[in-house]
Design a protein around this ligand. Structure first.
Ligand code: PBG
Length: 361
């Protein structure tokens, strides 16, 4: 909304004689007051007033915590490019899930670091009902039935070449990949996933997965589509976390979007909605706030944002160097998503932000 200016503010400084007549108490004092009828600073003058006029807010209910899984027991492995984030064995992931529930975080998203020996050209391990993600789903669901569990549908944690789809020569095969994604989604739904989140960017996967879920009695399982996912430089630390950085051949620009485009993002979103997406996502987050805004504005659908690993790493690196206040930058960046129109944010800051919000409440 654009506010019309009904009266043009006058920017003429008072002259000495005016100041004297209007402010007798200060008669004679040297005045340099502007004749402004509009002073936006008035509403900012005190904390109580700032709270009253605040337009957006952030709460734990807006946060989704992405969690990295690893084989083992009592295991927490640090990830150098993601300070403060660890890969967790399933028992530790159950503890993290309990912490999420305790903090009021509605859902977590699971990402596996698959044993390199189990990765192959066909991503076979994605379909194993006993894979790391499926076992984690069972274990967490059993302890915390009220917590939302989100699983990523894409083949990159399982392929020997680190791509989200099947590769023939240098080509990522679309339709062949979708048939595997359908099976991967069903495998996750059977293990207890509440939300299936395809992040692969193949054409037609949302509709295909929706049809398969419905055909197998999973009509209550939601689809969170990574609808506008860009071929971004900000995924580096994530690829360290799931062990694909070292093995990835080439890049993902034939399936993930060109960072130069935003009309195309709306087409991607429109198509996914058409195919049955319940929630759409824009990824990365902060560099794409304009896309989040446009998607929410156009479609009015639940719209999530992913504050990706590189965004988290940048804030942490600067904070750890003492260059910025980490907590403040964290909350400011998360609030920015709400201002842009996001309904929820996937962020590695989720537990820290929820704790901080509690402290500030
Ligand atoms: C892969 C996937 C990626 C992320 C989530 N799912 C990386 C990629 O596309 O290479 C990135 C998340 C992050 O950087 O935090 N399907």
């Amino acid at each position: 909304m654009i506010w019309p200016l009904t009266s043009k503010p006058k920017f003429e400084p008072f002259r000495e004689e005016q100041a004297t007549s209007r402010a007798p108490a200060q008669a004679g004092a040297k005045q340099n007051r502007l004749d402004l009828s509009l002073r936006l600073r008035r509403n900012r003058k005190a904390e109580w007033s700032r709270r009253l006029v605040r337009e957006n807010s952030l709460s734990a209910a807006d946060l989704i915590w992405p969690i990295f899984l690893s084989e083992g027991e009592n295991l927490r492995e640090s990830i150098p490019s993601l300070p403060g984030v660890e890969r967790l064995s399933i028992d530790e992931a159950v503890r993290a899930a309990a912490e999420a529930a305790e903090l009021g975080i509605p859902a977590i998203a699971l990402f596996p670091n698959t044993d390199p020996a189990l990765r192959d050209e066909k991503a076979s391990e994605a379909l194993n009902p006993n894979n790391l993600v499926c076992r984690a789903l069972h274990a967490i669901k059993k302890e915390l039935p009220q917590l939302g569990l989100i699983t990523d549908v894409a083949l990159d944690p399982y392929t020997s070449h680190g791509h989200d789809g099947l590769l023939r020569g240098e080509e990522i095969l679309n339709d062949e990949t979708v048939f595997v994604l359908i099976e991967q989604a069903l495998n996750q739904a059977r293990a207890g996933a509440d939300i299936i989140a395809p992040s692969d960017m193949m054409d037609g996967r949302v509709g295909a997965i929706r049809a398969a879920l419905d055909a197998h009695g999973f009509e209550a399982v939601q689809i969170l589509s990574y609808a506008a996912k860009y071929a971004s430089a900000f995924y580096g630390p994530f690829r360290d976390a799931i062990g694909t950085n070292a093995i990835l051949i080439g890049d993902k620009r034939t399936y993930q979007m060109d960072p130069a485009n935003s009309d195309e993002a709306l087409r991607e979103v429109a198509q996914d909605i058409d195919e049955g997406a319940d929630i759409v996502m824009v990824k990365p987050g902060l560099p794409y706030l304009d896309v989040i805004f446009q998607v929410k504005d156009h479609f009015g659908l639940p719209t999530f944002a992913y504050q990706v690993s590189g965004e988290y790493a940048m804030i942490m690196a600067a904070a750890n160097n003492g260059w910025i206040d980490g907590d403040k930058a964290m909350l400011e960046s998360l609030l920015a998503f709400k201002r842009a129109g996001a309904d929820a944010v996937l962020t590695y800051f989720a537990p820290r932000a929820a704790k901080k919000l509690k402290e500030l409440a």
